[in-house]
Design a protein around this ligand. Structure first.
Ligand code: FAD
Length: 487
């Protein structure tokens, strides 16, 4: 074994918050090492948010072209070149890799490519990707190892070599019939995209509604949107077994209230949840405890149960969004410097990048009711957006405000939106979706407004880039923008 190398901070996993922390600490003069086994920049720019949004935008272009005649633009027959779709996405990833490598170089943080595991509380042993081992010790350690797609224990599923989002985003053909196991956010986004590329699509969801965390009326509206695009949705459908091979012919037998049924398709995508990457990383050597589901136990300051060891992002049980992992970074950064920032004081916005998108911040009506908070609800259907861009009555708006009898004190959320097609990737890359969603997600009435300034911005968005620009203008250091003086 090689001799131990000493750092101020060692970070296991280059997730969304971890890399920001590394760049920040290194720029502040610390000696920092980040261990990453596969993706420079973590999963978001390589296999998750950005590539999925990129392909979703390609799918939207196909959808608009196919429906162009409705708007008075006549085109010929539409043909999808999936190799080109994939190539456009890969170009974006390559630019992201170059951007990240530059940020590591400029900040001085060391990126070490290899698989890491703890051998002592703050010592990581790294099996380097190009051979050999290194031993890294820090005064403090941060864990930001993310999660991976769960593969449920259904007979025949493993042998069917089903796709996860990673392989689905690498396809260079349009599946004839894509079966999607799971009606959560990832499954729904991918289902709509592949339908728009031309696949026949069937979603199998064991629960009674799509997107189990949303209120029933939101899920029903999304179901209406998707079935309007001829996506087949099977709810309360328990998969019994799988036969065949994804990419060739694959069939899923489901149990429903009306009996058993077998759906046969060409490809199978599994999107049934996430499992934290906390197994086999030596946490038993550290005193870092896990909860019953394998997530790292942290307090509101993101401290683990081991002194001087912090955790960030999905592995710490934070809501599963890039902007939350980045907000975790801000919390750890400030707390490492002696501050007292907490996770339980933040409002988390998010967007599901369907068309129309689902945008939400704060409690839903159902969540408020479960907390015994009396709410007033106002809603309107998508038709009320009179910009005429879509021309269809799709989506709804809804706001719920806590009502104490005198004033609204600040639960607000917004839902599906029909209308304006300001989709992701419109600028040619990953881009942002609805500006409207941003406006809503940045709006906090009365009590909550004082928190709006520090609230995480949903990702990806133009707004989060503007935050970088604003910080740069204030003289702070950010990546991706250069400051120019205007005389
Ligand atoms: C298809 C898809 C679409 C998504 N779209 C969005 C979206 O639009 N907006 C949004 O906000 N969120 C989205 N998400 C969620 C978002 O990608 C994650 O929440 C985000 O990446 C946060 O990740 P993280 O910081 O926890 O870790 P990650 O970014 O996952 O990084 C963890 C890193 O740790 C590395 N690692 C793990 N174990 C080890 C080890 N032992 N040694 C070395 N390295 C290791 C991994 O290789 C990985 O690079 C999407 C997710 C998926 C799957």
């Amino acid at each position: 074994m090689s001799q131990s190398e000493h750092f101020d901070t060692v970070i296991l996993g280059s997730g969304q918050g971890g890399k920001q922390l590394a760049w920040h600490l290194a720029r502040s003069g610390q000696k920092v090492a980040v261990v990453e086994r596969r993706w420079v920049g973590g999963s978001c720019p390589a296999v998750a948010c950005l590539p999925s949004k990129n392909e979703i935008w390609s799918a939207r272009v196909a959808h608009l072209a196919r429906n162009a005649a409705r708007f008075g633009t006549l085109t010929g027959p539409i043909k999808i070149d999936m190799a080109k779709v994939r190539g456009r996405k890969q170009d974006m990833i390559d630019r992201e890799i170059a951007f990240h490598l530059k940020a590591y170089k400029e900040s001085g943080a060391k990126l070490i490519m290899g698989s890491g595991r703890f051998v002592e509380p703050k010592t990581i042993e790294v099996a380097l990707n190009d051979g050999g081992m290194r031993l890294l010790t820090g005064k403090e350690a941060v864990i930001n190892v993310g999660s991976h797609a769960a593969i449920p224990n259904i007979p025949g599923l493993e042998a069917a070599r089903a796709l996860t989002h990673i392989e689905a985003l690498e396809l260079d053909y349009v599946p004839a019939h894509l079966i999607v196991l799971g009606g959560g956010y990832i499954g729904v986004e991918m289902a709509q995209a592949y339908r728009r590329f031309g696949s026949r699509v069937t979603i199998i969801e064991p629960g009674y509604q799509l997107m189990s965390r949303e209120d029933a009326d939101v899920a029903t509206e999304m179901q209406r949107v998707l079935t309007g695009e001829d996506i087949e949705i099977l709810l309360d459908a328990q998969p019994v077994n799988v036969h065949g091979l994804s990419g060739d012919e694959v069939s899923v037998t489901i149990h429903t209230a009306s009996g058993e049924r077998t759906i046969t398709g060409s490809d199978l995508l599994v999107a049934t949840g996430r499992i934290p990457n906390t197994a086999d990383i030596g946490l038993e050597q550290t005193g870092v405890e896990l909860d019953a589901r394998g997530f790292i136990r942290v307090n509101e300051r993101l401290e683990t149960t081991a002194s001087g060891v912090w955790a960030i992002g999905e592995c710490a049980g934070s809501p599963q969004f890039t902007h939350v992992s980045v907000d975790d970074f801000r919390i750890v950064r400030d707390n490492m410097a002696g501050g007292n920032r907490r996770t339980d004081e933040r409002l988390v916005p998010y967007v599901m990048f369907t068309d129309p998108p689902l945008a939400r911040v704060g409690l839903s009506e159902g969540e408020a009711q479960r907390k015994n908070i009396p709410v007033r609800v106002a809603n309107a259907d998508g038709q009320c957006v009179a910009d005429g861009s879509d021309g269809r009555n799709r989506g709804l708006h809804e706001s719920a405000c806590e009502c104490d009898g005198r004033q609204d004190i600040g639960i607000h959320h917004d839902r599906l939106r029909g209308g304006r097609g300001n989709g992701c990737g419109s600028d040619g890359d990953a881009g942002g979706t609805s500006i409207y969603a941003d406006a809503r997600c940045g709006y906090y009435p009365s009590d909550n407004s004082r928190r709006a300034g520090t609230a995480p911005r949903r990702h990806p968005s133009t707004r989060c880039r503007l935050d970088h620009a604003a910080k740069q203008m204030e003289g702070g250091q950010t990546s991706g923008y250069s400051r120019r003086s205007i005389d």
